[in-house]
Design a binder for this molecule. Structure first.
Ligand code: GLA
Length: 586
């Protein structure tokens, strides 16, 4: 049993000053069999605390349904932190941002027009309260004063960048305390006077988020947190990538110098990210500040520990800085080895349109529904209608394409409508025949006022000014893909992979190993290894390889299933020795 308090100058653990040297590590972005290894690497860098967000939308996929096992076993994750002799910080949101789908808020929240998110609106608060209670059932018994590792719990996330409803913050605190959370509570804000003022509450410890201009940021934070220790709760030592942009990196020595300045000033830190991991499946978020920018599958973040869990130059630079202020274990984690290299031919399989019956139930609608009307939270859906015009025509989406639509006529590809290019109209060779729209939700916006917006083809479809009516609609349940034998049927005589189409390959490994799947010659799609959905790939880059975590591979035969929506320049699967996250700015 220990006691953790915020004293007049320091955090204090059992009466002694305690400088928090934390690293952000999101359990939901790391394969659960690798959690212990990543925690150990954090300890070996000299960190004493692990920080994680909690993603509401994964834990409560449907209202009232609660998932907290396997890769979402927060309790086990915290127990592993304790077993490593470290402390923990939990940031349950309810909004987490984090470049995560919808900033962690469940899509179902936004279907009820009564719900007012991130403010003291009763319907929203009711949902939040039941969510937080479930989280705190896991966290409360693992607090430091009950023998566990948890020393701090955060209320909301950068709330001052969004709102200023103090009743809302107070309601979150009340639920938190009523659920048995006794450790100190903190808020986090970007250190501007307005955000610090709007995002905080008296009695909660204010922390900041920044990665540069440390002295200036600490001074601003000090104005709003006049006593106690100063903490950078998100020391941004790298940055995230979005598709179509460059791979973001920061100079290791410059970042280490900022860390040094922070520690020299007596500050506490949470390195964001210590280890970024991967947006496995379809969990990435997006930004939209005028151009929709979905986050890549990799969340490497140019963090000290790379996406596949190996130390980088930044790891050693940070370790050296930390050693000036604290004891650092002598041991270091092993460097990244070469992964097995192999190339196998892909076998073109059936068209997506030929296996739809195995991937979800169809329903009939007069007007085009959104994904949200269908209760479909993420991924893909297929919409069919019959056109009976006689001349060539123009298809127009009423409001916005969210986020990408492949247009087919009588099963033949016509073209693509892409949200990131602000496309809403496409010329059809003829306005008659079977119209099919394969639509992708590329990730819900995670920051700003566009969180929660509905997905699909917003505002309906018209051809030559006439609304198209009478739709057959099918949300795709991608979880069914691995079990669907049909996707393995070989398309006889096919030599190329043109989408939307499945392709498969088998490959053999001597032993389970981390792999880097090179998708450079592929178009746009999603890929599974042994039934595990790695995530999206896209020729736009910057990311060129996808991490296959060792625990999903096996000695002997392994299987790759690809769903390609566009076209592959090279119908083979190549595993590279090293990851390639693409071009950088300089
Ligand atoms: C903010 C948020 C984080 C993350 C970072 C950028 O600080 O609090 O969740 O989105 O920005 O990576």
């Amino acid at each position: 049993m220990s006691r953790f308090v915020i004293g007049p100058t320091d955090f204090e653990l059992d009466g002694h000053p305690f400088r928090i040297l934390a690293g952000a590590l999101h359990y939901f972005r790391v394969h659960p069999e690798l959690w212990a290894d990543r925690i150990r690497s954090a300890r070996l860098m000299g960190l004493n605390t692990i920080e994680t967000y909690v993603p509401w939308n994964l834990h409560e996929p449907r209202r009232g349904e609660w998932v907290a096992d396997g890769g979402l076993d927060l309790g086990r994750f915290l127990d592993l932190v304790a077993a490593a002799g470290m402390q923990a910080i939990v940031r349950p949101g309810p909004y987490i941002c984090a470049e995560f789908d919808n900033g962690g808020l469940p899509a179902w929240l936004f279907r009820d027009p009564e719900v007012g998110v991130r403010r003291s609106e009763p319907h929203y608060l009711a949902a939040v309260t039941s969510y937080l209670r479930r989280v705190y059932e896991i966290v409360a018994p693992r607090q430091v004063d009950r023998g566990g590792p948890v020393i701090l719990v955060q209320i909301e996330n950068e709330y001052g960048a969004y709102g200023s409803d103090k009743d809302y913050l107070r309601a979150l605190v009340e639920t938190t305390r009523a659920s048995g959370i006794t450790v100190p509570l903190n808020t986090i804000d970007q250190p501007t006077p307005q955000m610090l003022a709007d995002g905080s509450l008296p009695g909660l410890h204010l922390t900041g988020s920044f990665g540069s201009r440390t002295t200036e940021r600490l001074a601003t934070l000090r104005e709003f947190q006049p006593t106690g220790p100063l903490m950078c709760m998100e020391f941004w030592c790298g940055w995230f990538d979005d598709w179509g942009s460059h791979h973001h990196t920061t100079d290791a020595s410059a970042s280490a110098a900022e860390l040094d300045a922070l520690l020299a000033a007596g500050g506490s830190v949470n390195v964001y990210m210590f280890h970024g991991g991967t947006n496995f499946g379809l969990t990435n978020g997006a930004n939209d500040k005028g151009r929709y920018a979905p986050i890549t599958t990799s969340y490497d973040y140019d963090a000290p520990l790379d996406e596949s869990g190996y130390p980088t130059e930044k790891y050693f630079a940070f370790r050296e800085v930390i050693a000036r202020y604290a004891e650092v274990p002598a041991e270091v984690p092993e460097g990244r080895p070469d992964a097995p290299e192999l190339t196998v031919a892909l076998r073109p399989g059936p068209s997506l349109l030929d296996v739809l019956d195995g991937l979800g139930e169809a329903s009939a609608h007069l007007d085009l529904p959104t994904f949200d009307d269908l209760g479909h939270d993420r991924g893909f859906a297929v919409f069919d209608a019959r056109l009976d015009g006689s001349r060539p025509g123009t298809l127009v989406v009423g409001d916005e394409v969210r986020d990408r639509a492949w247009v087919l006529l009588d099963g033949e590809p016509v073209g693509v409508l892409a949200r990131d290019a602000h496309e809403r109209a496409i010329a059809l060779p003829r306005a008659s025949g079977d119209l099919t729209l394969v639509v992708e939700d590329q990730g819900r916006v995670n920051y700003g006022t566009r969180i929660g917006e509905h997905k699909g083809l917003i505002g309906g479809i018209a051809v030559d000014g006439e609304p198209v009516r009478g739709w057959t609609v099918r949300p795709l349940d991608l979880d069914r893909v691995p079990g669907l034998e049909l996707v393995r049927t070989e398309e006889s005589g096919a030599t190329s992979v043109s989408g939307p189409r499945f392709a498969t390959a088998g490959f053999t490994l001597e032993a389970p190993a981390d792999l880097y799947l090179d998708t450079t010659g592929w178009g746009k799609g999603v890929v599974w290894v042994n039934g595990f959905l790695l995530g999206r790939y896209w020729r736009r880059g910057p990311q060129r390889t996808l991490v296959v975590p060792g625990p999903v591979t096996r000695a002997g035969s392994n299987e790759l299933v690809v769903l390609e929506f566009e076209a592959m320049a090279d119908a083979s699967a190549r595993f590279a020795a090293q990851p390639d996250l693409g071009h950088t700015e300089v």
